[in-house]
Design a protein around this ligand. Structure first.
Ligand code: PBG
Ligand code: ZN
Length: 348
């Protein structure tokens, strides 16, 4: 059998007929069942990490204007959300704190009675099996909003900031945190944090390093969520420059060498090539951070009726898996896990 070509559309000397296609990839796309059988990747609740924003007080649940469906909450409410996440099969939460006061040196970061410290304790007490990851950076604690302690000339003092980060990590560990996640991009922080934790006996506290973190416009809504915008200047002297990918491998390899148990690439959508390259370069789990601006963009488009949110989100998340992510920090975690659970129940 062959396909007969219409002669008028064909100007070659040999007007012989063309054989039927040999390859027909469409055979494996004919039904939902067969598509599921041959799927190369999948994404499920067990891959997700849910970020949570903690504020002082009790009974507060304040929606973040630029992140519909995401809230700043007091510890009591955070525990409720974390319980819901755990019940949906989400293995981990990532904590950010909005402290009641800030100072020049970000001392609140290592306050044993700090907001994140309180949240870690409450979470480990009420949901011991849920992994608690705490973001470790000075910018939510400094009055100037920079990710480190400033020198007299206004530049961030890398090595003094390392001491603060080490103290912060230790205070989290003392509260029972499972994983500390330095997001500051100071040089050499993983080694200092590892040494500090080990010196105090916290050899089982893991480090998830934001090893590859770009200076990015996609953090816009987070600055409102965490109240952490720099008063003047930007983060370009420590966060990475968008055109660079090779440099990401240098950062990731250095952090693994210094003792990072896992590394993160952030943001996600504009850096999938970097995620892929980091995945090839290291032998530790790689996380990706689907950041606030990526969330806000989809939410805004969906609210205007311009995107089908569930389909867009699922396609994006499996794309992160395909690009090499072992786990995904995403503000969509709970809504996805709930939707997938409901769909699985309907399928049964
Ligand atoms: C703190 C930190 C930021 C994010 C995570 N940790 C902001 C920043 O570096 O400016 C961004 C998260 C997001 O946008 O969702 N250093
Ligand atoms: Zn910071």
């Amino acid at each position: 059998m062959s396909i007969t070509l219409h002669k008028a559309s064909h100007s070659y000397e040999d007007r012989g007929d063309v054989p039927l296609p040999v390859n027909r990839p469409r055979r494996l796309r004919r039904s939902e069942t067969i598509r599921r059988l041959v799927a190369e990747h999948d994404v499920n609740a067990g891959d997700l990490i849910e970020p949570l924003f903690v504020v002082p007080g009790s009974g507060v649940r304040q929606e973040i204007r630029s992140m519909p469906g995401i809230f700043q909450q007091t510890v009591d409410r955070v525990v409720e959300d974390a319980k819901a996440a755990a019940a949906l099969g989400i293995p981990a939460v990532l904590l950010f704190g909005l402290p009641p006061s800030k100072d020049e040196t970000g001392s609140g970061l290592a306050d044993p009675d700090g907001i994140v410290q309180r949240a870690i304790e409450a979470l480990k007490r009420s949901i011991p099996e849920l992994l608690v990851i705490a973001d470790l950076c000075a910018c939510e604690y400094t009055s100037h909003g920079h990710c480190g302690i400033l020198r007299a000339d206004g530049e961030i003092d890398n090595d003094r900031t390392l001491e603060l980060l080490a103290r912060g990590a230790l205070s989290y560990a003392r509260c029972g945190v499972d994983i500390v996640a330095p997001s500051d991009m100071m040089d050499g922080r993983v080694r200092v944090i590892r040494h500090q934790l080990d010196a105090e006996g916290f050899t089982d506290t893991a480090i998830l390093s934001y090893a590859v973190k770009y200076a990015s416009a996609w953090y816009g809504p987070f600055r409102e969520a965490a109240g952490s915008a720099p008063a003047v200047g930007d983060r370009r002297t420590h966060q990475m420059d968008a055109p660079n990918a090779r440099e990401a491998l240098k950062e990731a390899l250095a952090d693994v060498e210094e003792g990072a148990d896992m590394v993160m690439v952030k943001p996600a959508l504009s850096y999938l090539d970097v995620l892929w390259r980091v995945r090839q370069a290291v032998n530790v789990p790689v996380a990706v951070y689907n950041v606030s601006g990526e969330y806000a963009m989809i939410k805004a488009a969906a609210a205007s009726g311009w995107l089908d949110e569930p389909r867009a989100v699922d396609e994006m998340l499996v794309g992160f898996k395909r690009a090499g992510a072992d786990c995904i920090v995403t503000y969509f975690a709970r809504s996805c896990a709930a939707r997938w659970k409901a769909a699985a129940a309907r399928a049964r």
